[in-house]
Design a protein around this ligand. Sequence first.
Ligand SMILES: Cc1cc2nc3c(=O)[nH]c(=O)nc-3n(C[C@H](O)[C@H](O)[C@H](O)COP(=O)(O)OP(=O)(O)OC[C@H]3O[C@@H](n4cnc5c(N)ncnc54)[C@H](O)[C@@H]3O)c2cc1C
Length: 469
Amino acid sequence: METRSTTLLVIGGGPGGYVAAIRAGQLGIATTLVEGDRLGGTCLNVGCIPSKALIHAAGEFEQARAYAQESPLGIHVASPRIELAQTVRWKDGIVARLAGGVAGLLKKSGVQVVGGWARIIDGKTVEVTTGAGQDALRIVCEHMLLAPGSQVVALPAMPFGGKVISSTEALAPKALPKRLVVVGAGYIGLELGTAYRKLGAEVTVVEALDRVLPAYDDELTAPVAASLRRLGVRLHLGCTVQGLNASGDAVRIRDAQGEESALPADQVLVAVGRWPRTAGWGMEGLMLNMNDRAVRIDDQCRTSMRNVWAVGDLTGEPMLAHRAMAQGEMVAEIIAGRRRHFMPSAIPAVCFTDPELVVVGRTPPEAKQAGLDCISAMFPFAANGRAMTLESGDGFVRVVARRDNHAIVGWQAVGQSVSELSAAFSHSIEMGERLEDAAGAIHAHPTLGEAMQEAALRALGRPLHVARA
Ligand SMILES: Cc1cc2nc3c(=O)[nH]c(=O)nc-3n(C[C@H](O)[C@H](O)[C@H](O)COP(=O)(O)OP(=O)(O)OC[C@H]3O[C@@H](n4cnc5c(N)ncnc54)[C@H](O)[C@@H]3O)c2cc1C
């Protein structure tokens, strides 16, 4: 068996692994990256990027259909139709372009990319099974970075197969199901459920808890729930899934009172979460300290074994691509001898629902739970000129700040295109902004960002574009 040696061995070419490898290569560290499937990982191939592409296409189609009815803008369109195969090809084209970009960047940084599945032998050695008919390869390293990501959680009562699909299959539809049941009202279930509804499917969402996007507070999620109802998505909240019925054409659910019913389904999308990928590739043999299902790391992404590092979904929540990338970049720098710690003031989270939702830092309930005495204020998009010109007066921006020194501890927003406010929110918290700073900075007019300034002004008791309470 051929043996190669390297300074840094990265297992997994998702955003955590490939960013670490690029940065390590830039810093002159001999780096090898092993990827069993496709460069870019979940994020690029079956996660962030394809889902946003599908959401965009579905939104455009819905808009065209709306224009075919009656448009206050005076736009008229005759009988729009969508050719799903072309939509999927377009989405695949974006994925391919980005994946090619990642491969190019790795090459430019001098990273050796090995296609194949890595199996850990010990903390310094892996064996890689490469393509069919080829011999296994042994790679010996000084530093090992574990970045294998996560895998979808299956429901024991309704395993994947046949009409029961995960987000991966939902992102490459061959045909649109007439009736789709989505299990799980977290962000993945709602993003895809909304897209399918806009493409024309009848969509029903089942959620065990009593509201959609249960990770966030009522005030934030109410506009999303209202929009789902407006779109005609049926919600069964507080209901648990029992499995498919005997003929396999309906999902049996039970409500909080124990009443059972059946939801007809041509396809069932199970989106109940993801678990770190900890088994099946020899990682267990390292006997690393764990945090429940995730690998335990310190604030430098070190595991309990010397020179074995872990980043991304393997290390648990929040399982987000930008967290994985930030961790990966930091690990490369530490290995290169720089002093770095992973201590972000906040990690933004975005739900690309309709309307979109952004959470950065603490929400009012979280601030209270943390024992912080905070003030919070929101500014509605109904009073924002730019939102009106976008026909989207729904939603608001909300700020949360300490009562004593006005330091901002949280920003949240719900509304059209508010994902783009996440950068300003993160900067504000990371730079230690106070309400007076946000209120005093000149915000371009007319923009959705003005709602940040107005929320801060309102928290200070001197709003300009809504009446004082
Ligand atoms: C539908 C969907 C939508 C999402 N939307 C968003 C979003 O909008 N924003 C966001 O921030 N996050 C989103 N996520 C989450 C995001 O995709 C993940 O948090 C991110 O991809 C994690 O990066 P990672 O590097 O840890 O792992 P991954 O991206 O999962 O990459 C891990 C890679 O390791 C490879 N691998 C695993 N084991 C081995 C092995 N033994 N040998 C070789 N290779 C191996 C895998 O093939 C994979 O390519 C979404 C996820 C899904 C499923």
